[in-house]
Design a protein around this ligand. Structure first.
Ligand code: AMP
Ligand code: ZN
Length: 302
């Protein structure tokens, strides 16, 4: 089965998308999100691109330019959100402050801010599904990182379909600001939730959840996508990078086993762990606590 068929199969099995959905694809400019946008467009979904300009110097400039060109070529509208306009600072400044004040790692801070902006903008764009390019390697790393942190509950929302009404996704996942958010009951398929942003979360969809990074790399190169294949220049010395390096000798088959076995545990982990979603009293976005993780970051920047 090729990667396009595998994506179609994941979408069908987990009921991730309908042809009537308004789908926003979060584009980093890397191979994963570029490939998933291309495949969803090819499969006939109603897709738009959404990219955050993180102000990472030349790296961001090249990624932005590449995505503008790519989206134009495949006929997909693209929205680029300016981080400085949105939150007042560049990502490097935000990470430095948070490292100093809260000892939070760069990837954690960046992840919270990206999720906050993507959810807010996906709603603004009228989307009912928000697609990311997370792949099998990302998910296997998450399982292991959470295990090594001594808290497998952190992965309780790990699924090809998270968020939307009822479960709230992984908004506080490993944020360092609070306990993990958890949902209840069976592993969700997209259709088991309201397909709108009820509860404030646009449902997040990961069509590449079961696709190894090596296959996506081959696909993107075969398709000759004109993109950068480098890793994020900020991601060094972080727990994720260490875990990724540590897992570099693990085969794709073993990664699949790690992820699939963990998926089987999730329904049991969810039992008795339901936490209500509130509205952040500062920004109005969904939150597990009174104030969301992103607003706690913004507080530190004042
Ligand atoms: P990362 O956390 O960098 O591994 O990215 C995981 C996924 O988040 C990517 O596949 C994209 O779907 C999304 N993403 C990452 N960076 C950005 C960005 N700057 N703008 C929009 N989406 C992003
Ligand atoms: Zn908030």
């Amino acid at each position: 089965m090729n990667i396009e068929q595998k994506v179609a199969e994941t979408i069908k099995k987990y009921k991730l998308l309908k042809k009537s959905d308004k789908v926003v694809v979060a584009l980093s400019g890397g191979k994963d999100s570029t490939s998933v946008l291309y495949i969803l467009k090819k499969l006939g979904y109603n897709v738009e691109g959404l990219m955050i300009d993180l102000y990472l110097g030349q790296w961001s400039e090249i990624h932005n330019k590449n995505m503008i060109k790519f989206c134009r070529e495949i006929g997909v509208p693209l929205t680029i959100v300016d981080l400085k306009k949105e939150v007042g600072q560049r990502i490097c400044f935000i990470k430095t402050v948070l490292k100093k004040q809260k000892n939070l790692t760069g990837c954690t801070v960046c992840g919270i801010i990206k999720r906050w902006i993507l959810n807010k903008w996906a709603k603004k764009m009228g989307a009912n599904k928000l697609v990311t390019g997370h792949n099998l390697d990302d998910e296997a790393q998450n399982v292991l990182m959470n295990f090594l942190k001594g808290n497998i509950l952190l992965g309780v929302n790990s699924s090809p379909a998270t968020g939307g009404s009822g479960d709230g996704g992984s908004e506080v996942r490993g944020s360092g600001f609070g306990k993990v958010g958890t949902g209840k009951g069976e592993q969700p398929t997209a259709d088991s939730r309201q397909p709108t942003a009820e509860g404030g979360f646009v449902q997040r969809i990961k069509p590449l959840f079961f696709i190894p990074e090596s296959e996506i790399m081959k696909y993107a190169k075969k398709k000759k996508f004109d993109i950068l294949y480098d890793k994020c220049p900020c991601a060094f010395g972080t727990y994720r990078v260490e875990t990724r390096d540590w897992m570099s000798n693990i085969s794709d088959g073993e990664k699949m086993t790690i992820v699939k076995e963990f998926q089987k545990l999730i329904p049991r982990l969810r039992e008795g762990n339901f936490r209500e979603i509130k509205k952040c009293k500062k920004c109005g976005e969904p939150s597990r606590g009174e104030v969301c993780s992103a607003c706690k970051i913004f507080e530190c920047l004042k």
